[in-house]
Design a protein around this ligand. Structure first.
Ligand SMILES: C[S@@+](CC[C@H](N)C(=O)[O-])C[C@H]1O[C@@H](n2cnc3c(N)ncnc32)[C@H](O)[C@@H]1O
Length: 232
């Protein structure tokens, strides 16, 4: 590997490579997320006539929030994550649920290569782990792994432009404190300090430059965004 290449195996912010972090992930998330419902909503959104012919890749799959549940509807899922600890939990969940059409890969945005082009890529709460230059590289690589007309769904934290940046972020943190646990807010502050979320307008520019059309974007919760993108 070139000596200027980004080392994506080294985690930023929360260390998802750590067993203790991986072990508490689902308990923390499932206080406000319903993984099965998220996967159902996602496959409905895809609007493909025959889901049983679809192969999906989930990059930054974590403990299998999407991969394990979506596999029930799809032909095959490639679940990709740099963390062996997160994959360990995802694997054991799939086994426990009798889901066998998932292939697990310990790899990342910058080195995973799909065996064949696929119809769908999902990446949720993970792209912000890469700095912007490498987000663009990741988006270009994801475009190459999709069939023509394939769909990329990105869910992530993004920023909106506000010249009064300190007040704007104080408001976001206050709003979070009203709606989420202290644990969550502490983690969100760490995210702001240490991780690489970018602006909505920057991410849109990167998505388009990587060869996608953004069919739909949602920015309902403060900072959380979802982009449904189609390979053009
Ligand atoms: C906040 S978790 C999200 C997990 C899952 N997508 C979900 O919705 O719950 C972020 C995940 O991204 C993974 N990750 C971080 N950098 C990555 C990279 N460069 N390539 C692939 N996965 C990465 C972490 O190991 C972690 O499992």
């Amino acid at each position: 590997m070139k000596d200027w290449f980004y080392d994506e195996t080294s985690q930023v912010g929360v260390d998802y490579g750590d067993k203790a972090e991986a072990d508490v992930y689902d308990e923390r998330m499932e206080r406000f997320r319903n993984y099965a419902q998220e996967a159902r909503t996602f496959v409905e959104k895809l609007n493909f006539p025959d889901l049983s012919r679809i192969t999906a890749i989930d990059i930054g799959c974590g403990t299998g929030a999407f991969a394990v549940h979506a596999a029930k509807y799809l032909k095959q899922v490639h679940a990709v994550d740099v963390s062996g600890e997160m994959l360990r939990i995802a694997r054991s969940k799939a086994e426990g649920m009798g889901v066998s059409n998932i292939h697990f890969h310990q790899a990342g945005y910058l080195d995973f290569t799909a065996p064949k082009p696929v119809e769908v890529i999902n990446t949720k709460w993970a792209l912000h782990h890469l700095p912007d230059y490498w987000k663009q590289a990741a988006l270009l690589r994801m475009n190459q792994m999709l069939k023509p007309g394939g769909v990329l769904l990105i869910t992530d934290w993004v920023f909106l432009f506000d010249p009064d940046f300190e007040r704007a972020m104080d408001e976001v943190v206050t709003e979070m404190s009203r709606n989420f646990s202290q644990d969550f807010v502490r983690e969100a502050k760490g995210h702001l300090r240490e991780e690489f979320s970018t602006f909505d307008w920057v991410l849109r520019g990167m998505i388009e430059r990587a060869g996608f059309e953004i069919e739909h974007a949602d920015l309902e919760v403060p900072l959380a965004a979802e982009y449904v993108c189609r390979k053009v």
